[in-house]
Ligand binder design. Structure first.
Ligand code: AMP
Ligand code: ZN
Length: 153
């Protein structure tokens, strides 16, 4: 599942909400907006964060990716890196190609350096329910600032 959400986050005045003045129904569950967004998945938490409609503690972003602090941190640094476009999981990002996965990895590294954990951190993609992926929008966890056990649980 793929969509575009939050490309114009800084000036996010368009909506992705049902019935919003800038949105027209594209197909069930999705909206196309004619403002700064193209379309987003209306009930996706991380699409909401990417679009600025759901608040988050953003630490860094660029045109196609955004990094924000995890609401339930598992380490002193716990940041999530997501594509602004909606992809269900990292497999979908990889399938799509176009350098997006590289951008996510680069942003994860830049976040780690900025957080002062560049000498030792972990980047984790939970992919699918068997790996504990709870939010069905691709995201990388950037974790560090404490000793990290291996293997992970
Ligand atoms: P996963 O289990 O890999 O899907 O990870 C989802 C992550 O999203 C968890 O670590 C949650 O703590 C985090 N999370 C859930 N809701 C929010 C939110 N509103 N803002 C920031 N992080 C969130
Ligand atoms: Zn999404």
């Amino acid at each position: 599942m793929r969509g575009v959400c939050g490309a114009g986050r800084a000036a996010a005045t368009a909506t992705c909400r049902d019935g919003g003045p800038d949105g027209v129904r594209q197909r069930a569950g999705r909206w196309r907006a004619v403002g700064r967004y193209d379309h987003c998945v209306s009930d996706c938490l991380f699409c909401g964060i990417a679009s600025g409609q759901i608040p988050a503690r953003t630490v860094r972003e660029n045109s196609r990716t955004i990094a924000f602090r995890d609401i339930n941190p598992q380490a002193p640094t716990h940041v999530l890196v997501i594509p602004k476009e909606h992809y269900a999981d990292v497999a979908a990002v990889a399938e799509a190609g176009g350098g997006l996965l590289d951008e996510m990895a680069s942003l994860a590294h830049r976040v780690a350096v900025a957080e002062g954990i560049g000498s030792g951190y972990r980047v984790v993609f939970n992919s699918g329910p068997g790996a504990g992926q709870d939010v069905p929008h691709a995201h990388a966890h950037v974790i560090g600032g404490r000793p990290l056990e291996w293997p992970p649980g």
